[in-house]
Design a binder for this molecule. Structure first.
Ligand code: ADP
Ligand code: MG
Length: 681
């Protein structure tokens, strides 16, 4: 019998039981052996009858010292009783209506009984319906597996079937190549299977677990690396002449080394005949826009069209302004298409796009509508990609013939997780800030001295600078509008109170787009001194004269979000300040908020956040289309993610198509994993 035999071939598995297993997703021996216990009972702590604590599950070792006695209580209730002794005391063992269990116990043999001990009077002790194992066997496996059960199939039955499978299977091929196993001191598949089900010690159990976590993450990463190469068909969109130098020479500033490197990555990708599939990840303000501009410039100068999609109208408009500036005098014809573009203009844009008069189109979701057609789309750029679904990106890309794809994101993902989240994308990191930025000072203050913080804000406003106050997220019945309510209330309080005489503005999510735009425009023009806002300013707002931001109820925000909010200041030549206000004195909250106070690097913050809270935030709100994981826990297995990344990379570098019989099983397992569920939990 081998791993791929059906479970129905196992001893004790008839049609009915095979059916129950099937319901649990188990059809082969392999499925069964990789159905891991959800917990273990510790059978290593063994009590004497006298010392056993009562009313909790414990193990008691004792000899059976009598034959079974049958007590008929009433209709449908029969008790089977035995005596057991450890040489010092006697314990009564009872089974209700379970003749089979009782008769399985042999008189004169020593067993370990697992169950609750109850006492009656001073010395009488008993155990009802215990689980039991011959004492000599428990020494081999002091930790007993507990399996998730389904109706009709309990943990004990599953355990027995697993045992039968391990005994009758005579070949345990390993999908992890031996070289990798040796390099990372991993248990073989056979050893690991035996120890995950019937651990001989807790150390061996941990080793077995480590091996399966490794295996799962290794298979996942090999799969992702294969995806990366496989889905890339050849493209005719090839950059033959490099215009990067020409573009850069017109810039008013010197590029950072990181920007030069990223531009180089893009140029290389776009000239090799296979479509680019690249993510630029860079902190707020690291200068992603100009990198994408170089790619667009190169593409258009080589005769292709390009498109850029942004998540909000405000951001699309800002990009249109920026790109028009960067491309002025270049002959590149740039257009803007957003929801509020007039019908007449839309029509004209679509026509010019189709006949190739427009080289570069910037817009929002409006770009992915059906009737938007390009004549020769060679590059798509998506800004702030986490705001778009996979589907929307796909729709944009399908408007070209295998276009190059460039994605920009400021959402810092901890480095270790980015291997998984962006597994099928190539990654360029913009990990360097343009020169001359002044670091924003950040303070965490208690609620009680808020007035002082407001006083500090006032001082800046008097000097002609501008500021933000970000409103708390308040949880109340009207969830959806709660931050709206809070921001309105604060706006009224402050307009008539502390900031009387200053020009205050109010911004919140449910305002009409035109109202929002008008408030933002006034703020940008300096006609508003202090903007009371909800988190809508999080993305895309760029007002260099704003130098101070107060964030109320800071503990309610995620670290990534706080970092984004802080990024609204410190964008110009003035020294800026961020004040986090929190009434929460919990030490954990304090530790979390202090991460923001102490760090200005978004990646560092993401790493710290991950260390404290795990990946919840990152994976909770978004879909990544990754296979589901059963063993690995992304919150605690980050070391293994790193190890497996290196191991998979080494393997794939030397043997990208996994040539050779020794890799057959690995390939098989990769395909198996990727053929199944599509959520990461
Ligand atoms: P983000 O990465 O957040 O999208 P942007 O591309 O909007 O950042 O750049 C932020 C600001 O920095 C812009 O005003 C841009 O003109 C400026 N900038 C970009 N690169 C440099 C550089 N190398 N030196 C100086 N300023 C730069
Ligand atoms: Mg940006």
């Amino acid at each position: 019998m081998n791993l791929y035999s059906g479970v129905s071939e196992l001893k004790g598995v008839g049609y009915k039981r095979a059916d129950l297993f099937k319901k649990m997703g188990i059809s082969t021996v392999y499925d069964l052996l990789t159905f891991f216990p959800r917990d273990y009972e510790d059978w290593s702590r063994i009590y004497s009858i006298k010392d056993a604590p009562t009313d909790v599950n414990v193990c008691v070792k004792a000899y059976v010292g009598s034959a079974v006695r049958k007590n008929y209580i009433r209709n449908n209730l029969t008790v089977y009783k035995l005596d057991a002794t450890d040489g010092e005391s006697v314990m009564d063992i009872s089974f209700f209506n379970n003749k089979y269990a009782a008769s399985a116990l042999e008189n004169g043999t020593e067993y370990v009984f697992f169950g609750k001990v109850t006492t009656f009077g001073r010395s009488f002790r008993s155990m009802t319906n215990p689980v039991f194992v011959k004492a000599e066997l428990t020494e081999l496996s002091p930790l007993k597996p507990v399996y998730a059960q389904v109706a009709g199939l309990n943990s004990h039955q599953i355990e027995k079937t697993v045992k039968a499978a391990i005994e009758s299977c005579n070949d345990f091929p390993d999908c992890i190549p031996e070289s990798v196993r040796n390099a990372y001191c991993l248990m073989s598949f056979e050893e690991a299977v035996k120890n995950i089900h019937f651990p001989r010690s807790s150390d061996l159990l941990n080793e077995a677990r480590r091996r399966f976590v490794f295996e799962e993450l290794f298979v996942l990463q090999v799969g992702l690396m294969r995806l990366k190469t496989k889905h890339r068909k050849m493209t005719s969109n090839v950059i033959r002449t490099d215009y990067t130098g020409e573009f850069v020479s017109g810039l008013p500033y010197k590029l950072t080394n990181a920007q030069v490197r990223c531009m180089d990555d893009c140029r290389r990708d776009m000239s090799c005949g296979v479509p680019m599939n690249r993510l630029i990840q860079g902190d707020v303000g690291s200068g992603k826009t100009v990198v994408s501009a170089a790619a667009v410039y190169n593409c258009v100068k080589n005769g292709f069209q390009a498109a850029l999609m942004a998540p909000t109208e405000v951001l699309a408009q800002q990009h249109f302004k920026t790109f028009s500036g960067l491309f002025s005098g270049s002959g590149i014809n740039t257009a803007l298409l957003i929801g509020s573009t007039s019908a007449k203009e839309k029509k004209a844009i679509k026509e010019k796009l189709k006949n190739g008069e427009i080289d570069f189109l910037i817009g929002t979701h409006a770009l992915i509508q059906k009737d938007v057609e390009f004549s020769n789309l060679g590059l798509t750029v998506t800004d702030e990609q986490h705001r778009f679904g996979v589907n929307q990106r796909f729709l944009l890309n399908s408007k070209g013939n295998n276009p190059h794809i460039l994605i920009m994101s400021a959402t810092p993902i901890p480095r270790t997780l980015s291997f998984l989240v962006y597994g099928d994308l190539d990654l360029s990191l913009l990990d360097e800030m343009p020169a001359g930025r002044v670091k924003t000072e950040t303070y965490l203050i208690p609620d009680s001295i808020r007035e002082r913080a407001y006083g500090y804000v006032k001082k800046h406003l008097v000097e002609g600078r501008q500021g933000y106050i970000i409103c708390p997220l308040v949880e109340d019945e009207s969830e959806e509008y709660s931050d709206t309510v809070a921001s309105k209330k604060l706006f009224e309080e402050l307009s008539d109170g502390f900031f009387k005489g200053f020009r205050l503005g109010l911004l919140y999510g449910s305002m009409k787009p035109a109202e929002k735009k008008s408030v933002m425009d006034s703020f940008a023009a300096g006609d508003i001194d202090l903007l009371i806002s909800t988190t809508v300013v999080e993305v895309g707002v760029d007002v260099p004269n704003a130098v101070i931001i107060v964030i109320e109820n800071a503990e309610r925000f995620g670290l990534a979000q706080l970092h984004q909010l802080r990024g609204r200041v410190g964008r110009g030549k003035y020294k800026s300040t961020c004040i986090l206000v929190s009434a929460d004195t919990n030490p954990q909250t304090n530790e979390r908020l202090n991460i923001i106070v102490k760090n200005s690097d978004g990646f560092k913050i993401a790493d710290e956040d991950y260390r404290l809270r795990g990946p919840g935030d990152i994976f909770g709100s978004r879909q990544h289309g990754l296979p589901s994981l059963r063993c690995a826990n992304l919150a605690i297995d980050s070391e293994v993610i790193k190890e497996t990344h290196i191991a998979a990379e080494n393997l794939m570098k030397n043997n990208p198509s996994l040539e050779g019989v020794e890799y057959d099983l690995l390939k098989k397992n990769v395909n198996y994993m990727f053929s199944k569920g599509i959520t990461l939990n």
